[in-house]
Ligand binder design. Structure first.
Ligand code: HPA
Ligand SMILES: [Zn+2]
Length: 330
């Protein structure tokens, strides 16, 4: 039995593997700037968040039809299931597609269809969190959210991603007010490259229930205290942090310190096709760097369950399976 996992910080577009990029480019007659997989793979050396985003936005241009979005989602779910993921709360960026002429309902509908199918065939339950691009106008995000709320595809939550520095959470207060009024769950990227002040305003002005990344919170002891007191989850992505140069190496990652401080830390893969691995690879890298015990790995898995938007019965079932896994460890 594999350790049952919950994944809470995963950009579906960030699961677009190089092979699938070429497959979809061919299917859709899209001209890529790279002639071979090797040439594409050579682009994956990032210096910061923006250098990654530049490639991410070019590559997702191969996603055109409803079937493409379903394929992307199904491939992720298959890989996640193999890693032991039982529940995934996935991010999807509608604006990255609507601004290049893809119909909202095709993009969102293809994702939703595959998520429902994945629950049936792979046993991976899911929630769909629509993320808004913070480096685009808040009015555009608001219009998309209104369109989604009036449309056929139900969503579970909203988030905020893309370039962080210079785009503080408070720009999106109206979007989050609408999301809250519509009964959606609220998360936001904050404190990845941005300062602790962005985590404060994500909490106070957006009312988020989880902070995505949040690792720069460690620079502000009063903020850490608040996160601990409120049991506010942080969705941490170790391999992403290394590849985007937020930390130097896995061995320098502050995960052990975060756990010692009593933060509710969860482990996630962010953009696994770009950052060198899926959730199991992230856990394996941490285990190698920090020699995690089975009990520590089970704690990280339990944190994922606690931080999820599953109902109490769904959480109880996963806690029981994690306990069973731990009891079976040597
Ligand atoms: O890792 C990320 N950070 C911020 N925005 C993003 N959009 C896709 N992936 C990311
Ligand atoms: Zn992210």
């Amino acid at each position: 039995m594999r350790l049952p996992l919950v994944e809470l910080h995963l950009h579906l577009e960030g699961t677009l593997e190089p092979e699938l990029i070429f497959e979809l480019a061919e299917r859709n007659g899209v001209q890529l700037p790279w002639r071979s997989l090797e040439e594409l793979r050579a682009q994956y050396a990032f210096s910061d968040l923006q250098s990654f985003l530049d490639l991410y936005y070019v590559n997702l241009g191969v996603l055109r039809t409803r079937a493409d979005f379903a394929t992307l989602t199904t491939r992720y779910l298959e890989r996640a299931a193999a890693a032991g993921v039982r529940h995934a709360e996935v991010f999807f960026d509608p604006q990255a597609h609507t601004i290049r002429g893809v119909a909202l309902d095709d993009a969102l509908g293809g994702v939703q269809e595959a998520l429902q199918e994945g629950a049936r065939t792979l046993g991976v339950s899911s929630k769909l969190i629509v993320t808004f691009l913070r480096d685009r106008p808040a009015a555009e995000a608001l219009a998309i959210l209104q369109q989604i709320l009036a449309g056929p595809v139900p969503i579970d939550g909203i988030g905020l991603d893309s370039a962080e520095l210079g785009y503080p959470p408070e720009l999106f207060a109206e979007v989050y007010a609408l999301g809250r009024a519509a009964g959606l769950r609220l998360v936001a990227h904050a404190g990845e490259e941005g300062p602790p002040a962005y985590v404060w305003t994500a909490l106070d002005l957006l009312g988020v229930e989880r902070v995505d990344h949040g690792i720069r919170s460690l620079e502000d002891p009063a903020l850490v205290q608040r996160l601990v007191d409120e049991r506010m989850p942080l969705t941490v992505c170790p391999l992403s942090n290394v590849r985007l140069r937020v930390v130097d190496t896995i061995a320098d990652h502050p995960l052990p310190r975060m756990l010692e401080l009593g933060l509710l830390v969860t482990i996630n893969s962010d953009d696994p096709a770009y950052f060198g691995g899926y959730i199991d690879d992230n856990l394996a890298a941490l285990q190698e760097a920090f020699d995690l015990s089975a009990a520590e790995r089970a704690l990280l898995a339990r944190n994922g369950v606690e931080a999820s938007f599953l109902d109490p019965a769904g959480k109880a079932a996963l806690y029981a399976d994690i306990d069973a896994w731990l009891a079976a460890q040597p």
